[in-house]
Structures are given as structure tokens and as C-alpha cells.
Design a binder for this molecule. Structure first.
Ligand code: PHE
Length: 350
């Protein structure tokens, strides 16, 4: 496997100190080969703004593959606002930085459109949209397609059915044990949906107050470390990326992994370690695509919510295809997914 940063180049990366907020804003446009670049706006803490830049480069490259695998006429991009450690934003400074973000996006003239991501939600998209029209997922009342997190979760459930069918020979979730790591916007929905499917659950979040949410879903509570290494059938990463590393993979006790967190592998080579341990990893670029699939179907193609949901559930077929191709060719699902995405991008070039 080759590293994501060495075999890809970005079309455009803007690094700007926000005129109002003074905060470093990075907008990375990885590719517009298939169409407008899309990818969310991440508002998160980093030790140094350069770490935010690295994150934007990696996340935007993954978005290109995510869009290609989802069959969307879009490329990948990402916005990162790198907050210094310990900084909190009050209402006014949040508006200021979101207007700064809107101005940077406006300057790209439609090459890139943003959406919600870690640290931002539909209301923030309204604020960004005061400066540029290129913001997905404003609330329905404000003319957008609304919160994407539930649709992302629907896609995750579809992926989990497909994964269980491939790994265990049955898509029945009620006989399976899941460890859901991260109970944010998407993880919380995934946990509730798994509870609805009568699965056995353990859950965790760095924020201890989410424990009530776990309790309401009938899930056992564990520390993030214990959740990561829990003795379950499927691990569901739903927090920040980079959790699968040469240090953590040997400790895993799950048989399969599928979740909505972006960039779950620390480096592409970690996919080989999972493969060697017999752990079936569903590529995050397939599993997490429900939000963009739904938002683009409704906002750009004016599909009904039902039509959009059918498309989101199509994630199950995409994943099944990739897992079977990987098995047939003896490659990892990560490699199969990446080469499929690259093929689509090459042949879709115009
Ligand atoms: N956070 C979403 C993702 O990583 C980004 C997004 C969602 C962009 C919805 C546009 C619309 O896929």
C-alpha cells in the first residue's frame, strides 16, 4: 500500500487567517475531476495549525474517493478551522469564524461546497451561507436538506448488514455484539438503530455525560480503551479517526469493523495488519457516505426523501461488491476500494 499523501496531489489549498476571528482556516480542494469538490467543515482543536492542515489534506483526499465510490459527480474537499488547544468559542466568535470560512469558500467561486462535519451542524451552515451559497445541510426550514447525521447512520446500518452477511453468513444483527466507539451526532443514531435491531451493545464516549444515551439504548458502558478492545463481533468507530494503528490492531478482539469515522487507519499499511489478523475492515470511505449521498440527492437533484434514502441504502451493495472483489483477488478491502475509486475518477474524467 502506498501512502495517501504521496500518490495524490491537491488541486488547491487555501490557508487564510480569518479577518474577523484571527483563526487559521484551511480549505483543501483535492479534486474536481468528477465535478464540484464537496466535504464538510471541521471545527476542532489541534496542537498546531499545521496539524489541522495535515488533517485537511488527508480528509479531502479521502472525500474524493468517497464521492467516486458513492457514484457521485463530485470530487473531494474539506475545511478545517484549527482551534488552539483549550480555546472555546462564544456565540459571537463562532459567527465570526464561520463568516471567515464563508468568505474563503466564496473566493473559490463554486469549485468547492461545504457541509457539516466534526464540530459543526446545520445551524452553522446557515451562518456560512450568509457569505456564500455553497453550504449543504442547512435546516429544512432554512432551505436545506437538514441534519445529515441520521442519513449517515442509515448508511452505516446498511453497511453493517452487508458486512455481517459477508463475515458471518447472515445479515441478522440481533444475534451480534457491537461496540460503538463515539456517541456524537452520528454515533448516537447508530447506537439507537442497533438497539432497534435488538443487537447486543457496548458503547463509549470521551464525554461521560453521554452515558445516559448509552443506558437508554440498553448498551453497557465502557471506557474508550475497553470499548476499542471489547470482545465483540463488530467494532463501530464513530469518533475521530486514526484509531487503527500498529499499536492498537494487535489488541483488537472483534471479527469485523465498520463505522462512520473518517480516516480510521493511521496509515494505509494498517489495512494489511487487519487483514493478517483476519479482521474484516469495511472501508470508511464507503460506510460513511450516507450524509453526502442524501444531501446531494435532495439539494442538487431534487429527489424525494424516499428516493434519497434508497440511494443511501445502496451503500450495502457497494460494500458487498468491494468485499467480494477483495476476497476474489486476495487484496484488502482498503486496496479494492481505493483502486475502484481511482478507476472511476480516471474513466469519469472529462
Ligand atoms: N461530514 C461529511 C462527510 O465527511 C461531509 C458532508 C456531509 C458534506 C453532507 C456535504 C453534505 O462526508
Amino acid at each position: 500500500a502506498t501512502d495517501i499523501d504521496t500518490d495524490t496531489t491537491h488541486e488547491q489549498v487555501v490557508v487564510r487567517r480569518g479577518a474577523r476571528s484571527g483563526l487559521p482556516i484551511v480549505v483543501a480542494v483535492h479534486s474536481t475531476t468528477l465535478g464540484q469538490a464537496i466535504g464538510g467543515c471541521r471545527l476542532a482543536h489541534y496542537p498546531h495549525w499545521r496539524d489541522g492542515l495535515d488533517d485537511a489534506l488527508r480528509l479531502s483526499a479521502a472525500m474524493s474517493d468517497k464521492c467516486a465510490l458513492a457514484g457521485l459527480p463530485h470530487g473531494g474537499g474539506k475545511t478545517v478551522v484549527a482551534l488552539p488547544l483549550g480555546m472555546t468559542l462564544d456565540g459571537a466568535s463562532r459567527r465570526a469564524v464561520l463568516h471567515d470560512v464563508g468568505d474563503v469558500i466564496a473566493g473559490l467561486g463554486g469549485t468547492y461546497a461545504t457541509g457539516p462535519d466534526v464540530g459543526t451542524g446545520p445551524d452553522d451552515m446557515v451562518t456560512i451561507a450568509e457569505r456564500t451559497p455553497y453550504a449543504f445541510c442547512r435546516p429544512v426550514g432554512a432551505g436545506g436538506s437538514g441534519d445529515s447525521s441520521e442519513h449517515t447512520a442509515v448508511g452505516v446500518l446498511a453497511a453493517l448488514h452487508a458486512l455481517c452477511a459477508e463475515r458471518f453468513g447472515s445479515s441478522d444483527l440481533s444475534t451480534r455484539r457491537f461496540a460503538v466507539l463515539g456517541l456524537g451526532r452520528v454515533g448516537g443514531h447508530v447506537l439507537r438503530m442497533l438497539a432497534g435491531a435488538r443487537a447486543t451493545l457496548v458503547a463509549s464516549d470521551v464525554d461521560d455525560s453521554r452515558r445516559t444515551l448509552a443506558g437508554a439504548a440498553g448498551a453497557a458502558w465502557a471506557s474508550p480503551q475497553d470499548c476499542l478492545t471489547a470482545d465483540v463481533d463488530v467494532l463501530v468507530p464513530a469518533a475521530l479517526g486514526g484509531l487503527l494503528t500498529p499499536r492498537t490492531v494487535p489488541k483488537l478482539r472483534c471479527a469485523a469493523i465498520a463505522g462512520p469515522a473518517n480516516n480510521q487507519l493511521d496509515t494505509p499499511a494498517t489495512a494489511d495488519l487487519l487483514h493478517q489478523r483476519g479482521i474484516l475492515w469495511a472501508p470508511d470511505i464507503i460506510v460513511s457516505a450516507g450524509g453526502i449521498i442524501h444531501a446531494t440527492a435532495v439539494e442538487l437533484h431534487h429527489e424525494t426523501p424516499t428516493q434519497a434514502t434508497v440511494r443511501v441504502r445502496g451503500i450495502a451493495d457497494t460494500l458487498t461488491d468491494i468485499l467480494r472483489t477483495a476476497r476474489a483477488t486476495g487484496s484488502t478491502p482498503a486496496d479494492a476500494a481505493r483502486s475502484h475509486a481511482r478507476h472511476r475518477i480516471r474513466s469519469g474524467r472529462h
